[in-house]
Design a protein around this ligand. Structure first.
Ligand code: PSU
Ligand code: MN
Length: 354
């Protein structure tokens, strides 16, 4: 064990010597440590509402500078509603929960040079002091580790089409089965096999609900043909509070998935995007693009084929999920008045003894 440790230390020295000593880098933080930003750390210690955000959507989801603008907008909406945003990424091998403006910009400029980091990639990215943009699975891990109970994202990964043969099933699904955090998303894109994704979540024991509807949404559109539990705003608060509570009391340990359908006014023409998805799927098959390269390829192609329409939907969504999540559409004043659900969730948790 001690020689393994000395190799690690040597590795660390090696990277400190050869890695650039960028201003604002994390070269002085030890391997295996997680860094919290000052505002996230303060909010958590006072039991205030914190909302985790992923970073693969920044690195691999859209180009610079659109990615940075969207990331900033989403963070601002979280703040305007009284919660603290905690974007998660691995910078210089250090898992960071909450990024400074400089760190966020660095990641946005890095783009796909940052490694797409799911659970299995964390060890490698940390050990080599590399930069990693966290997917839903890796974001869940670090957010939950530091005591964050709510995570807002766009789309999650799922069972790929033909996944019954390729076994390409996103680790987002297994993570939901083992990490207690509430994930709010717009559902699953139809580039994936939605019915099988829901079956797999059932196998993993994950509670799945949709906001104000009993149909699981498919990101670009409100429908998928698959029924799930329906929840209203109070149900949403209850669910977000219940996942960590259930874990604590019953040791269930599972996460929950809450899907918020795209607002009608941002729902791009479903058929336009659907046909682009079909074309992109065929191209991926012809070019033999598989594994973790498939999702970024499909998303980029769908965006090209729709002349940017899908990306506009994505960036609008990023901004609107949180707003939608906070507002009961019958009571828009709720958002304007800053009456934040995040705080209510934190309050619920406090009352439940968290
Ligand atoms: N689906 C989207 N947008 C995304 C992703 C998925 O609609 O940005 C990203 C998320 O970070 C998700 C990851 O966790 O891709 C899933 O990748 P994979 O299918 O390789 O597990
Ligand atoms: Mn995969």
């Amino acid at each position: 064990a001690s020689s393994a440790l000395s190799r690690l230390v040597n590795l660390q020295r090696h990277f400190q010597l050869t890695g650039s000593n960028r201003k604002g880098g994390n070269d002085d933080v030890g391997i295996g440590q997680v860094k919290l930003s000052a505002d996230v750390s303060e909010a958590l210690s006072h039991g205030r509402a914190v909302v985790a955000l992923e970073s693969t959507i920044i690195s691999h989801g859209m180009p610079y500078p659109q990615n940075l603008e969207t990331a900033n907008e989403v963070e601002a909406i979280v703040r305007e509603n009284g919660a603290v945003p905690a974007t998660v990424a691995i910078l210089d091998g250090v898992p960071c929960v909450g990024l400074s403006a400089e760190e966020l910009e660095r990641l946005a400029i890095m783009g796909t040079k940052a490694r797409k980091t799911a659970r299995r990639d964390i060890t490698y990215v940390v050990a080599t002091r590399a930069n990693g943009a966290t997917t839903v699975s890796a974001t869940m891990i670090f957010a939950s580790m530091v005591g964050i109970h709510v995570f807002v994202t766009g789309g999650i990964g799922g069972v790929h089409r033909h996944g019954e043969n390729t076994m390409d099933i996103s680790s987002d699904l297994t993570e939901l089965g083992r990490t207690p955090i509430a994930v709010i998303s717009a559902g699953v894109k139809s580039i994936l096999d939605i019915p099988r994704t829901l079956e797999y979540l059932e196998t993993q024991g994950v509670c799945v609900a949709a906001y104000q509807t009993d149909e699981f949404p498919s990101f670009f559109t409100e429908t998928s043909g698959c029924k799930v539990l329906s929840c209203c705003i109070s149900g949403l608060i209850l669910l977000c509070s219940t996942a960590p509570f259930a874990n604590m009391k019953l040791k269930l340990g599972t996460g929950i998935l809450i899907a918020v359908p795209i607002p009608k006014e941002h729902s791009a023409s479903g058929s336009l995007i659907e046909s682009a998805i079909q074309k992109a799927l065929n191209e991926a098959r012809d070019k033999r693009i598989t594994g973790n390269a498939e999702t970024p390829f499909l998303l980029a192609r769908v965006n090209e084929l729709t002349g940017g329409a899908s990306l506009i939907v994505i960036s609008n969504c990023g901004v609107f999920y949180w707003a939608n999540f906070l507002s009961d559409s019958k009571d828009i004043a709720l958002v304007k008045n800053n009456a934040l659900v995040g705080a209510k969730i934190a309050l619920c948790l406090a009352q439940m003894g968290e």
